[in-house]
Design a protein around this ligand. Structure first.
Ligand code: SF4
Length: 76
């Protein structure tokens, strides 16, 4: 059985962070509860998107934070 390797990174809960998942281009908020979201920066070895749940969308950050381009939101 092939081992699934995922690029690991640690989400950090950092109240008041200036780099929240909210502003990150990888983050998408939950449509029903915007205080939680999902991180879409992960990729499986097959290249698929590996989503991770973000429990506190406004106060979580990580080393992969990338200021978005969140243009898909601008069109909502
Ligand atoms: S890459 Fe990091 S900062 Fe960006 S959404 Fe994912 S966990 Fe949040």
């Amino acid at each position: 059985m092939a081992e699934v390797k995922k690029r690991a990174f640690d989400m950090v809960r950092e109240p008041g962070t200036t780099k929240p998942c909210l502003k990150c281009k990888w983050g998408i908020e939950d449509p029903t509860d915007p205080s939680v979201g999902q991180c879409t920066s992960g990729r499986t070895t097959e290249g698929g998107v590996w989503k991770r749940l973000i429990h506190d969308y406004y106060n979580t950050t990580c080393a992969k934070f990338t200021e978005g381009e969140v243009d898909f939101r601008d069109h909502v």
